[in-house]
Design a protein. Structure first.
Ligand SMILES: [Zn+2]
Length: 256
């Protein structure tokens, strides 16, 4: 398959430490580009060193909502500086997580908004993590309407949310769960089948969220074709045609 890319991976994690060099070599052959995403200071630094080490890897740097309480003015300055680096294409992942709820919504929102402000100043796109916090996430994106664009990573919202997000200038990134054919997921799959292909990006979120037939195992960017094929089949499109459109959207938002 041509035009394959993966807009959300965490290849810096220890799950990959035994075979990282080999995996990266394989990924470089298969993928056009791949965005390694930070979630705290250390992982953001690691994203950058991967991006400087491998031409097909780009970096995203940011503080994930689960690490909201680690945020300090010094760390925000550090994120700001890393965002200026040549190999950094986005600020993220940032957002709200009411599933794990490690910090109260007010703390999460404050750190989210501070980082949105940094993205607005530097005119960089954002990668949004939203888990069970759809309304509050949209409310923050709305505050920055016209100043910040980006991607809703591993999108899990409904039709109303998809339309509102697209209207605010956001792409929807689809991950492994689109391949899960259980009853609970039928509505989501039917939503994906109805959305314009121009709105949809693809990702693995490796090492998490492995697509069928690898569900439950360590995910890898090498499996991103399973996500692409599933979306194309739901939309009754040729995979190559879907990928051509999707890759163009990805290159547009990340200016790759
Ligand atoms: Zn992630």
């Amino acid at each position: 398959m041509k035009n394959l890319y993966d807009c959300h991976v965490h290849l810096n994690l220890p799950q990959f430490s035994l075979q990282r060099d080999l995996l990266l070599e394989e990924c470089g052959k298969l993928l056009d580009f791949c965005i390694n995403v930070g979630f705290d200071e250390k992982s953001s630094e690691e994203s950058l060193s991967l991006a400087y080490g491998y031409p097909f890897i780009k970096a995203a740097v940011g503080i994930h909502p689960t690490y909201a309480s680690s945020s300090t003015p010094r760390l925000l300055e550090r994120i700001s500086a890393m965002l200026l680096e040549e190999e950094t294409v986005a600020l993220g992942e940032i957002g709200l997580d009411y599933y794990w709820m490690k910090d109260p919504p007010e703390v999460q929102k404050a750190v989210f908004e501070e980082q949105m402000e940094i993205a607005a100043k530097q005119k960089k796109p954002v990668l949004i993590h939203d888990r069970e916090a759809h309304d509050d996430t949209l409310a923050v994106l709305k505050i920055f309407k016209g100043r910040v664009r980006g991607v809703l990573h591993s999108f899990s919202g409904d039709e109303t949310m998809a339309k509102k997000a697209a209207d605010l200038g956001y792409y929807l990134s689809i991950s492994g769960p689109v391949t899960y054919t259980n009853k609970k997921n039928a509505l989501f799959r039917s939503l994906v089948s109805s959305l314009p292909p121009e709105w949809l990006l693809i990702e693995t979120d490796s090492p998490y969220l492995a697509p069928v037939p690898f569900r439950g195992k360590t995910n890898s960017p090498l499996y991103v074709a399973y996500v692409a094929r599933e979306i194309a089949s739901l939309k009754q499109m040729e995979p190559e045609e879907f990928l051509r459109i999707s890759r163009r959207s990805a290159k547009d938002i990340f200016e790759i």
